[in-house]
Design a protein around this ligand. Structure first.
Ligand code: 2AL
Length: 164
């Protein structure tokens, strides 16, 4: 998409364009309200400010849209395609790491009651597994902050990706 298409879109359409980045209504609305943007960098900057930080309720709602690491979604919607691309560092033929990730995901969900979330783009499965094990040692409050920041990173990368 070109920036001027986004700048010129109807408000409702602009909100829907943003939603695959992160399904947080307040964030989509704030970013749409900030139009027009002079550059993609300006847009991403404003989007980052609107995501600093996401509240606990916003994180909770948005997490439902993120498949587990190691479970690449098969759908052909925008969100599924984004997730597959982000998880391209997960080697599906590496059975040992896949099993360790599945076990780590179970342990994380048992400890924190939600899906393990990490910005997957640019990370190998071994790196994500190491991060998962490290984060299992966090307190719930520490982990809340980490998850909100990871969600922010994912949203901003997705946003930038819409314009490249
Ligand atoms: C994901 C995902 O789908 N994309 C990403 O960067 N992280 N999922 C996850 N559970 O962390």
């Amino acid at each position: 998409m070109r920036l001027d298409e986004f700048n010129d879109a109807d408000w409702e359409d602009a909100v829907e364009m943003l939603r695959p980045c992160v399904d947080v209504q307040r964030w989509c609305e704030e970013v749409a309200d900030g139009r027009p943007y002079a550059s993609v960098d300006d847009l991403v900057g404003a989007a980052g400010d609107a995501a600093a930080p996401f509240t606990a309720d916003e994180v909770e709602a948005a997490l439902a849209h993120h498949p587990r690491i190691g479970e690449r979604p098969a759908g052909d919607d925008v969100e599924a395609a984004m997730s597959r691309r982000e998880q391209s560092g997960v080697d599906p033929t590496d059975a040992a790491t896949a099993a360790a990730l599945a076990e780590g995901n179970r342990a994380y969900e048992a400890r924190f009651g939600r899906v393990f979330l990490i910005r997957a783009a640019g990370r190998s499965s071994a790196e994500m597994l190491a991060a998962l094990h490290e984060r299992l040692g966090n307190t719930p409050a520490e982990e809340d902050a980490v998850v909100a920041e990871q969600l922010r990173e994912i949203a901003l990368l997705r946003l930038r990706g819409l314009f490249t």
